[in-house]
Design a protein around this ligand. Structure first.
Ligand SMILES: Nc1ncnc2c1ncn2[C@@H]1O[C@H](COP(=O)(O)OP(=O)(O)OP(=O)(O)O)[C@@H](O)[C@H]1O
Ligand SMILES: [Mg+2]
Length: 231
């Protein structure tokens, strides 16, 4: 589904991520773990075409998308739920979802919104409320739904559990699990390493812009890799 080969990215002259390679199959979850500033968000944004790629290749469904602009990547089936949610606080829930579907036809948009309400019934109840008045957890659900509006094949999710109480985190993960079971591939960046290991099939640990460990989540858990590497 997605194949990344030796990806390098950065801002202007400075390179913040080097040599990121991985393969992601349908319905698979990759968790990216690493300390602040490791380059996780930059890597995700580079995949989406929003941060400069300094080298390497990105293949999506066997097509090289490395130089495609971000809107074209979205149309191909890549979507992102950004760090910090980035919803529009002064727009209603419904309007935020519509904004997520701005590249879609009105029929596709309607379908996407109905699907969002099905995954997150609370969003239906709050559809006419300003998004800024939602709780943190509800805002995160809205951010996920907005990403899902384009009916992606791969969803890139940056720090979904940040600032949420455990119950809300579990609720968000319940939906991600359902989406995974339906065949969605997910790339997850998580501070919550327990969730990242539990939910990820594959794990990549980054430090200072480079891979310091990669493998499957069973090995990472069994061998206590997170503690070994990051403490
Ligand atoms: N817009 C930008 N311009 C220049 N440098 C940036 C920019 N955004 C991030 N950086 C730098 O890139 C490096 C990696 O940052 P990035 O946000 O990708 O890390 P991260 O792993 O997501 O960290 P965190 O866990 O804090 O979110 C950092 O040194 C950061 O200062
Ligand atoms: Mg980040």
């Amino acid at each position: 589904m997605l194949k990344v080969l030796n990806l390098n990215c950065g801002y202007g002259e400075s390179s913040v991520l080097r040599g990121l390679s991985f393969e992601l199959k349908e319905g698979e979850v990759l968790s990216l773990i690493g300390p602040n500033g490791a380059g996780k968000t930059s890597g995700l944004l580079c995949l989406m075409g929003l941060v400069d790629c300094h080298g390497g290749d990105i293949f999506f469904k066997d097509k090289n998308i490395t130089s495609l602009p971000s809107d074209k990547r979205i149309l191909e089936g890549l979507a992102v739920v950004p760090e910090g949610r980035r919803i529009f606080p002064n727009l209603t829930v419904f309007e935020n979802l519509m904004a997520g579907g701005h590249i879609l036809t009105s029929e596709e948009c309607e379908k996407g919104i109905l699907k969002s309400y099905e995954y997150f019934p609370i969003l239906k109840e709050r559809k006419n409320q300003k998004a800024g008045l939602l709780s943190g957890g509800e805002q995160q659900m809205l951010a996920v739904s907005r990403g899902l509006m384009v009916n992606p094949k791969v969803l890139v999710v940056d720090e979904i559990s940040l600032g949420l109480m455990p119950k809300m985190v579990d609720e968000c993960y319940k939906v991600l699990k359902k989406l995974k079971d339906e065949g969605l591939s997910i790339i997850l960046v998580e501070q919550n390493t327990e969730k990242a290991l539990e939910f990820g099939d594959k794990i990549i640990m980054l430090e200072a812009g480079q891979i310091v460990w990669e493998g499957d989540s069973v090995t990472a858990t069994k061998e206590n890799i997170v503690q070994k590497i990051f403490t």
